[in-house]
Design a protein around this ligand. Structure first.
Ligand code: ZN
Ligand code: ZN
Ligand code: FE
Length: 764
């Protein structure tokens, strides 16, 4: 063997490899360095704005072994999208080396999302003999913050918010040593040279800020804690009075809070966890996972009326330190006022969270862009995102085709934007509801960052057709010479689910776009829409029959008003036995009646979300809500899944087909009058909507011979409905597209907008 290796000297070859994907800041170069040496190759590896470039020289056999390992066992945080190889002339270099980073104008590389602390770092964190023992910013090439500290590419320390920290001799030695697991770990730091935590509050003098924070939490206080993507407001999850105070201060009556628990074993005391859920909960993305509650001693004020609890595990070393005490479960909610972006800077927090928090745990590693926690649930073994943010953004959604560069600005609620470059759709993190200046500013800053790190200069802007959305107005004001394409809200939902499923778009699909609110082409509020759609066109072939929504927002917050309006529309008397009628004061009823009869200050809506509200209210679930979709969520939670019975919608011929709910409401009212239990009514209604979807799909398959069905819009966060509808469609042999990568709610809207606009502009 040895003799053969010696004689093969003349047969040395050199390859130039170009690796694209998430390959920077994830330990790729040291991995290549060590692999090349192990394979007895010489050459070089480096980063540039397009990813990683490699030159390797050696025998064909060694080169092959190298290429195979590169493909099959890359570093855990990397995500290779492509490897291109070409043969070049041998150079006979002596060694394998890592070369300096290069910046190029037209770049194409990906930045890793922020990743939870790894096992190796955790071990060191709790090892009293380690020099980083209990250091809250411990990290390595396999873990730590990335996206939220990155200002530009290539991903190197001067381009991050770590630029101001000078590494000590020891840290620098690790950073420069290719065999060290902190080689070129840009956020590398230790207690000597790196960021520090600071406690601000009235607690008795203790030297250790973490111990002070723990003491404050144990005393029932609310502490604003700076994390990876912004501030959390934290309190002891067992403490009712702390929760009560938090709810009062935040003005958040019922909307569920998420809980951070020490570990899976602890979580099992509060929630049920199956294998798929456990995988997601412990994944490096560390999202909030919605899990079925068990009876437990956690405060009942965390998620009242909800059968699910949002649970996450600690993800930063700081979280691990906080929970390494008698505290094993903390409520951790975004540090902000309702629906504004999460606060990320110390000064801003001290100023704006002063009325919400009793104390602060600050640190001086700046967060360049904020990034809220992601929220997911597991549906039929796969992920169903409710909010796609930390751990996921800015990892792209791969499109089934290349498009011109597009910026899609999203909608209004749960705002995100999307940048398209070639066949990548870069979805931003969750920004909040685009209803205020703060969200708009966060949008602009994130947009600037993402345009910089992905080197995208959008030629086309896509926006919702709604003339009063702040996002649409921004698009209008900032379009410059660029093409601005308005996209219908429900078409965007359908395009989003098609695109993430890699649908090539060569046939029309039957799209069910069910949500609360979206601007229709006739100016009405749509939301119970059936569209025959592809990426560039749609036809509204069926919809829920219009009903009046008296006073718009006033009805959304008071579902009893919606219920009364829907009864009026269906010609059903307001019987005082009905909880919604009883909940409406007599004088309000009188005004409502006049409003409806004279059509004063009412909007027409075909919203499925509102129909859920109306039926839930009629059944007596609740008459007023304090957060979006609360009545529908509680209605779903109450449902008796053993009931197979269903109400029926009537399909009335017309163009478009009218989905009539009058008979359905009459049946609901009769059941309420007959004191049928609410869980039965809930089941019969959910089954009715699932049957409706299947019946309408069959109707259009018979008419147009279409095979594909797409389900999108916020209503499909209701997994009971999603599951029932999907099962019925599959039983009829439809192909069914549902969400796995982006949320069905408006958080996924920008993806659909981007693809529609990109397609339209390339067709013209
Ligand atoms: Zn690590
Ligand atoms: Zn150091
Ligand atoms: Fe929507």
């Amino acid at each position: 063997m040895l003799a053969m290796a010696e004689t093969s000297e003349s047969s040395k070859q050199r390859l130039r490899l170009r690796v694209r994907g998430v390959v920077q800041g994830v330990g790729f170069r040291p991995f290549v360095f060590n692999l090349a040496r192990a394979c007895e190759l010489t050459g070089l590896v480096g980063n540039d704005s397009n990813g990683v470039f490699i030159e390797v020289e050696g025998t064909p056999k060694h080169l092959q072994r190298f290429q195979q390992a590169l493909k099959e066992n890359p570093p855990p945080l990397s995500h290779i999208l492509s490897i291109k190889a070409e043969a070049i002339a041998p150079r006979n270099d002596k060694d394998f080396v890592i070369v300096a980073s290069k910046t190029e104008a037209n770049a194409n590389t990906l930045i890793s999302p922020d990743i939870c602390v790894c096992e190796d770092c955790l071990r060191e964190l709790f090892d009293p003999t380690n020099r980083r023992y209990r250091y809250p910013f411990i990290n390595c090439t396999n873990c730590g913050p990335r996206f939220t500290i990155t200002k530009d590419i290539p991903y190197d320390r001067p381009q991050t918010t770590m630029a101001g920290f000078q590494m000590c001799a020891e840290c620098l030695r690790e950073y420069d040593d290719p065999t060290n697991r902190r080689f070129h770990a840009q956020p590398n730091a230790c207690a000597e040279c790196g960021p520090q935590v600071q406690f601000v509050g009235a607690e008795a003098e203790q030297k250790n800020p973490i111990a002070q924070t723990q003491a404050s939490l144990c005393a029932g206080n609310i502490v604003a804690i700076k994390g990876i993507g912004g501030f959390h407001l934290a309190c002891d999850a067992y403490n009712d009075s702390a929760l009560q105070t938090l709810r009062e201060r935040k003005g958040r009556v019922d909307k569920p809070f998420a809980v951070m628990v020490r570990d899976v074993e602890t979580a099992l005391r509060f929630v049920e966890i199956d294998e798929a859920e456990k995988l997601l909960l412990t994944s490096k993305e560390r999202p909030i996972v919605l899990l079925k509650k068990k009876p437990s001693n956690l405060s009942a004020l965390i998620a009242p009326g909800n059968e699910y609890l949002g649970v996450m595990l600690p993800y930063s070393p700081l979280h691990y330190l906080l929970l390494d005490s008698k505290l094993d479960a903390l409520v951790m909610t975004s540090g902000n006022y309702s629906n504004e972006p999460i606060i990320k800077d110390n000064d801003e927090a001290l100023q704006n969270l002063a009325t919400l928090a009793d104390a602060f745990l600050l640190h001086n590693r700046d967060i360049h862009v904020q990034c809220d926690d992601s929220v997911l649930r597991v549906f039929e073994g796969h992920e169903l995102p409710i909010r796609r943010s930390r751990g996921y953004a800015p990892f792209p959604v791969r499109l089934p085709f290349s498009l011109p560069s597009v910026l899609a600005v999203g909608g209004e609620l749960k705002s995100t934007f999307c940048l398209v470059k070639d066949d990548y759709a870069f979805m931003s993190q969750h920004l909040g509801d685009m209803e205020n200046l703060e969200t708009l500013q966060a949008f602009e800053k994130s947009l600037q960052q993402m345009q910089a790190i992905f080197r995208v200069t959008p030629e086309i802007i896509a926006a919702d057709n709604h003339p009063r959305y702040l996002s649409s107005q921004w698009a209008h004001n900032h379009r410059g010479a660029r093409q601005l394409i308005g996209v219908q809200h429900h078409h965007a939902h359908i395009a989003a689910v098609l695109a993430e499923n890699q649908w090539n778009g060569d046939a029309l699909v039957i799209g069910f776009s069910f949500d609360g609110t979206g601007y229709g082409t006739d100016g009405a509020i749509w939301g119970g829409e059936v569209l025959l759609a592809d990426y560039s066109t749609f036809q509204r072939v069926a919809h829920l029959r219009y009903a009046p929504l008296p006073g718009g927002d006033a009805s959304i917050k008071r579902p009893y008003r919606t219920a009364l309006a829907y009864l009026w529309q269906a010609g059903i008397a307001w019987d005082e036995v009905l909880p919604s009628v009883a909940a409406c004061p007599a004088n309000e009823r009188k005004i409502l009646q006049q409003q409806l009869e004279k059509n004063l200050n009412t909007a027409q809506t075909s919203s499925m979300g509102r129909l859920f509200d109306a039926v839930a209210a009629l059944a007596g679930v609740r008459q007023t809500v304090t957060y979006e979709a609360q009545a529908a969520i509680e209605f779903e939670a109450m449902m008796d899944t053993r009931v197979a019975d269903a109400y029926t919608f009537a399909l009335c011929e017309g163009e478009p087909l009218q989905i009539d709910f009058a008979a359905l409401l009459r049946a609901v009212v009769a059941d309420v009058q007959a004191q049928v239990p609410v869980p039965t009514i809930a089941a019969k209604f959910h089954n009715a909507v699932a049957n409706l979807i299947c019946d309408v799909a069959l109707h259009f398959r018979a008419k147009f011979n279409l095979q594909q069905v797409a389900l999108s819009g916020g209503v499909f966060q209701n997994v009971t409905l999603l599951q029932t509808a999907k099962a019925k469609l599959l039983a009829e042999h439809f192909t069914v597209f549902t969400h796995k990568l982006v949320p069905p709610n408006d958080g996924g809207l920008a993806l659909g907008q981007a693809v529609i606009a990109g397609k339209l502009s390339s067709e013209n």
